[in-house]
Structure formats: C-alpha cells, structure tokens
Design a protein around this ligand. Structure first.
Ligand code: ACO
Length: 321
C-alpha cells in the first residue's frame, strides 16, 4: 500500500513586491538580489490575510484537483512556522473554514522543511489505513516575521501556500521520505521571540528572522547534497531515473548546486524562486503545483522533493506522481 498524490493546489496573495521597490526601502540593488539569490519578486499577504487564509485557498484547489469534496478529508496537517495564533492551530482554522468536522487537524513546525515533515507524517496515516483523504499543506506569511530594515534577510522571503491530497493506492506514490534535524546550528537561522521566551527590546526587530546567510548557504548545499544521495541510495536508484527535482526555493545557487550533485540539468528542476522568493514550508508544494498545472509534471513521473531550513531541519521525499 502506498499513499499517492491525488491533487495539488497553491495560492499566493495578489500583492507583488519587486526588487525595484526594495531598492527604495533598503540599501540594495535588483542586480545584487538576482545574482545572489535568483529572486526577482515575491508576493506579500494583505493586512487581512493570514497563514490560514492562504492555506485555505491552496487547500480548496488541491481538493478540487483531487476530485473530492472537503467533507471527504479525514486528516489535516499544515507545515508552517508562521501560525496565525498560538492556538487553535492553523490546521483547525483551515478545517473549520472548509466545513470539515472531527478529523485530526494540526500543524508541524519545522521551518522550511515543514511540508516534507507534514507529508511524511500524512503518508504514515494513509499507508496504515487510518486516512483515505489526507490534506497536507505548507503555508507561510514570512513577511510578518521579516525585519524590513535588514537588507540581508528582507529581500529573500515571501508569502504563499501549497497543498496536496494524499489517497491510498496500490500503485507507487510516496516511495520514501527522509527526515533529519540538528539543533546545534540553531544560531545560524532563527526568529528569537516566541511564547515562553520573549527577548527585550524592539519586538518588531526581535521577532524577525535572523540569519547568518553565508554559513546557512554552505550547510544547505552540503546537507541537501547528502540527503538526495541518501534518498537515491535507499531506493537503489541512479539519478538518471529522476524526471524532476522539486526543491525548496531558498536560493537559485543552492538549487543549482543540488542539481549538479545529482547530475541533473536545470531543465529538469522546478524553479519558482524568481517569482515567489523563499516561502519556507510553502515552497515545495507551490513548486509542485506550478509544474503540475503547467503540464511539466505528468502522472507517472518520478520526483525528488527536498527542503532545508531553520533548526536546522532537512528532508526529502521520493514521489511517483
Ligand atoms: N543588497 C546588497 N548587499 C547585500 C545585501 C543586499 N540585500 N545583503 C547582504 N549584502 C552584502 C553583505 O553585507 C556583504 O557585504 P560585505 O562583503 O561588505 O560584508 C555582501 O553583500 C555579501 O554577503 P553574503 O551574506 O556573504 O552573500 P551571499 O553570497 O552568501 O548571499 C544570501 C547571501 C543570499 C543570504 C545567501 O547566503 C543565502 O541564500 N543563504 C542561505 C539561505 C538559506 O538557505 N536559508 C535556509 C532556509 S530559510 C528558512 O529556513 C526560513
């Protein structure tokens, strides 16, 4: 028994923030942002939008694509690091908005790896027979924890959501998932204000993402290289077998390094970082849905999805679409 992706969806808020606009806010240039990160623009949630409201729209599209109704969903998990509230969790807010009652609904906090973690959990519930229609979402409003005076971080992030519906299948679907974390790198990428830990000072600044970009970059390249190797070896596969790499979209140069490690040409890599920036847990399901809807990813294709983020957390999923 496998769990198989029955439908995908994504949603981004209307407001687009261009590099040219950022040039007016901080000491940066379009050229620097493009050449260092590959980002050209990002979408920013409206004041009345939250992580849950983006997740709801992505979920509706995934449910429609799966050919089911919200009432069929019997398991709901959201990967996010920017929840609307301390509680109720984002999963239950999405659940209520979709008119679903009674099934498990919760969120998983693993920064940019949140969707891969959520997918791995949902896969276990589907393959064990406990869920027939699992809704798995990655959703973020990183703009709410961005210091808009810090040029080293504010140019990188964006808001959005992506979702998939998993169903049981005798045909291959999620073939394997590989999750990892190592807390010793917590100081390289973090948002210091929480619930039981509240730093003193300017909360707008203290709440925001702090990142030692260059160190995070080097570890991301090394770690993602290792996890894609682990995934192929665990399945006795050569990189030639892969049809698509669906990577976390933090930086085009990190993605290029992973593709090189896999010996994959960039034509086989789904890239959305230019349009959406780094949307953390939302980036993998957003990229997946973009490529499914534009016809690049087809039924039967073999995909390798991977992500790396604060913690550090990282992980991968080998998927027969
Ligand atoms: N505009 C112009 N100059 C800038 C900007 C900017 N927006 N930001 C930084 N600089 C300057 C720096 O001050 C530095 O100047 P200096 O040499 O005079 O000190 C110079 O540019 C180079 O800075 P670096 O940080 O070394 O640049 P780098 O090539 O590493 O690129 C970047 C920075 C894009 C942040 C990259 O390091 C990166 O993508 N890091 C990894 C991000 C990541 O994957 N994070 C994990 C996932 S995210 C999550 O979990 C939420």
């Amino acid at each position: 028994m496998y769990s198989r992706i029955a439908g995908t969806g994504h949603y981004v808020p209307e407001r687009i923030l261009t590099n040219a606009e950022l040039e007016k806010i901080v000491d940066t240039t379009d050229e620097w942002i493009r050449s260092r990160s590959g980002i050209e623009q990002r979408h920013i949630a409206a004041d009345d939008q939250t992580t849950a409201s983006l997740a709801i729209e992505a979920a509706k599209r995934a449910i429609e694509a799966a050919g089911i109704t919200p009432g069929d969903i019997d398991f709901l998990v959201v990967g996010t690091t920017t929840p609307d509230l301390v509680f109720p969790n984002v999963g239950t807010i999405v659940q209520e908005a979709l008119g679903i009652h009674g099934c498990a609904a919760f969120s998983v906090e693993a920064a940019c790896s949140g969707f891969i973690y959520a997918l791995s959990i949902a896969d276990k519930f589907v393959t064990s027979g406990e869920s027939k229609n699992a809704l798995v979402i990655g959703a973020e409003t990183l703009s709410r924890i961005t210091d808009w005076t810090d040029r080293s971080t504010c140019v990188l992030f964006g808001d959005g959501a992506g979702a998939v519906v998993l169903q049981p299948s005798t045909e291959q679907g999620i073939i394997s998932t590989h999750l990892h974390a190592d807390g010793q790198y917590k100081d390289l990428l973090y948002a210091p204000a929480g619930v039981s830990k509240r730093p003193q000072g300017d909360l707008n600044k203290e709440f925001a993402i702090h990142m030692q970009g260059n160190e995070a970059f080097k570890l991301a390249v090394k770690t993602l290289g290792a996890v894609v190797k682990e995934t192929l070896e665990a399945n006795s596969l050569d990189h030639d077998a892969l049809d698509w790499l669906v990577p976390h979209q933090a930086n085009k140069r990190i993605i290029e390094a992973t593709a090189k490690r896999l010996g994959m040409p960039m034509e086989k890599v789904i890239l959305t970082v230019a349009k959406y920036g780094n949307t953390s847990a939302a980036s993998v399901p957003m990229a997946l849905d973009v490529a499914v809807r534009d016809g690049r990813i087809k039924r039967g294709d073999l995909l390798l999805a991977e992500a790396f983020g604060g913690g550090f957390t990282w992980g991968s999923a080998l998927i027969r679409f």
